[in-house]
Design a protein around this ligand. Structure first.
Ligand code: HEM
Length: 499
């Protein structure tokens, strides 16, 4: 037994030396360079140091956040160009920033599947959900999710979104003429909206799940570039592993309770419900043989919808309010449009596509502060990207933030807030390079909740603009940070003026 373990450990250590050498040689021959591989740790120590330096203090109120959020990628692009190789431990990651290659990557789901399965912490967030699976299994999950967010279903969700925003604005009455942290408000709002529209459950349950998911997300981020020796990690669990196991179990318990309640309604009354949970139950009910969705899979699916849908939309709303609080002219333009299109009424789903100025503002906010600022894929055997032949299993990393700042596409004023870029839509703004603007990525695995998020954002912004003007509080600290989502570390404090 001990001999076998020693043999395995020696073999693994040989692999983490030999394989990187091979990959560096193969990619080097094709003209791809990058920081040199360091035994076992790759470039992770350098990455952690660069990140610690860039995040040690807040920044000026500028939108030039790429060097702060991804200092390693930023500095290596400057040294090695817009395609290069780096080492996350002994794992090679090819960084790609040319829109034409990025488009090829995201459109070829079979050759470049998602990479979640390899990251044990991230896996605790995703479980066996739509985000983590591939092939036939993914196709089935995606079908259910597409159905849940189909335009008719989205329309039916509008009243619940409006109700949730109304509840939030009721709270705001106590803050009129005073300071308010909108990030905290939007965190609650988006939790409420997901709970009501997707699971037909209460805010309290949603808040419980979200608090646990946030803790888990912090552990995932902390360990993104943390390498453990293979032999040690096999034998002992560290503090984060124990803690994340515990949180995973707790989340499971809370969601199981929501599911059990629905199960009772399904069994007693044969009513599934038209929300996402109802559709999952129906999919379970309709499937046969070995394809039936287990309760654990339903739990994972619910968990990922809370996780994927809440933080990202809260971040989008917060960054947009920050931008409008600084750019008072655009705040006034957006309000004029809302009053013209909707007046003082409640918004309805037909009004939302007519809010064109607001659409431009939201796009510019997503460009400057994409809540999901990067994405990864894994190359299958025989993968070719442009003229490159990639070794099997190499990761391909797309820093969306870099694409959104490329002066060749966006001009020398790429760091400035200029919603007018989007006057002719995304095609006009990107000069037909659609892969240069990827807040929801593109291709078959594009964000399934995109229209849900945009509708929620438009409803919330419209109802806020109808009632309030806002300016940035002197207490606001500009400290964008990445913990799963790109979010304001210390919130977004504004001064609220009732109209
Ligand atoms: C502003 C808000 C949002 C942003 C910026 C955003 C962004 C993204 C991005 C970039 C991806 C692709 C990730 C990748 O493949 O690497 C994604 C996937 C996904 N998003 Fe969103 N998202 C948002 C809101 C939502 C909402 C509201 C939901 C659901 C309620 C949602 C559910 C999902 C799911 C389930 C996937 C995985 C799809 C698949 O793999 O087929 N997202 N999102």
């Amino acid at each position: 037994m001990v001999e076998k373990m020693i043999e395995q450990t020696v073999w693994r250590h040989l692999q983490v030396w030999w394989t990187p050498m091979q990959i560096e040689r193969i990619m080097g021959k094709q003209g791809i360079r990058g920081p040199t591989y360091k035994f076992l740790f790759g470039n992770t120590k350098e990455i952690s140091k660069k990140k610690a330096n860039s995040l040690c203090s807040p920044m000026d109120l500028s939108h030039d956040i790429f060097p702060r959020i991804m200092p390693h990628i930023y500095s290596w692009i400057n040294t090695y160009g817009n395609i290069f190789l780096f080492w996350n431990g002994s794992r090679a990651e090819l960084v790609v920033t040319q829109p034409e290659l990025v488009k090829e990557l995201f459109n070829n789901n079979h050759t470049y599947p998602r990479t979640v399965a390899d990251d044990k912490y991230f896996r605790k967030l995703t479980g066996d959900s739509i985000v983590a699976c591939e092939g036939e299994k993914w196709v089935k999950r995606r079908k259910v999710a597409n159905q849940a967010f189909h335009s008719e279903n989205l329309k039916n969700m509008t009243p619940a979104m409006i109700e949730s925003v109304k509840m939030m604005l009721e709270r705001w009455r106590n803050h009129e003429g005073r300071e308010l942290d909108v990030y905290e408000e939007f965190r609650q709002l988006t939790a409420e909206v997901i709970s009501r529209t997707v699971f037909g459950s209460s805010y309290e349950v949603g808040e419980q799940v979200l608090q646990m998911l946030t803790k888990l997300a912090i552990i995932v981020t902390r360990n993104a570039y943390n390498i453990r020796l293979p032999s040690i990690s096999d034998l002992f669990k560290n503090g984060d592993e124990i803690e994340s196991d515990k949180i995973e179990k707790e989340i499971r318990e809370v969601i199981l309770q929501i599911i059990k309640k629905r199960e009772k309604v399904v069994v007693d009354e044969q009513i599934f419900g038209s929300d996402f949970l109802g559709l999952l139950w129906k999919a379970r009910h309709d499937s046969s043989g070995g394809n039936i969705m287990s309760v654990d899979q339903i739990i994972d699916e619910c968990k990922i919808f809370y996780g994927a849908g809440q933080g990202s939309t809260a971040a989008l709303l917060s960054w947009t309010i920050l931008l409008l609080a600084i750019h008072f002219d655009w705040q006034a333009n957006a309000r004029d449009e809302v009053l013209k299109v909707i007046g003082q009424q409640q918004p309805n789903s037909d009004d939302l596509p007519r809010l064109r100025t607001m659409n431009m503002i939201i796009h510019e906010s997503l460009r400057l502060y994409p809540p999901v600022p990067s994405s990864e894929r894994k190359a299958k055997k025989g993968a070719r990207l442009g003229k490159l032949i990639l070794p099997a299993n190499i990761k391909v990393f797309v820093p969306i933030l870099a694409l959104h700042r490329d002066p060749k596409i966006w001009g020398e004023d790429a760091h400035l807030f200029k919603p007018e870029r989007f006057t002719e839509g995304i095609v006009g703004a990107t000069k037909n390079n659609l892969a240069a603007f990827l807040p929801f990525i593109m291709g078959p695995r594009t964000c399934v909740g995109m229209n849900f998020a945009i509708n929620e954002t438009k409803i919330a912004l419209s109802m806020i603009l109808q009632r309030y003007a806002f300016t940035l509080s002197p207490n606001y600290i500009h400290s964008p940070i990445l913990t799963m989502n790109l979010r304001p570390e210390h919130g977004v404090q504004v001064l609220l003026h009732a109209l």
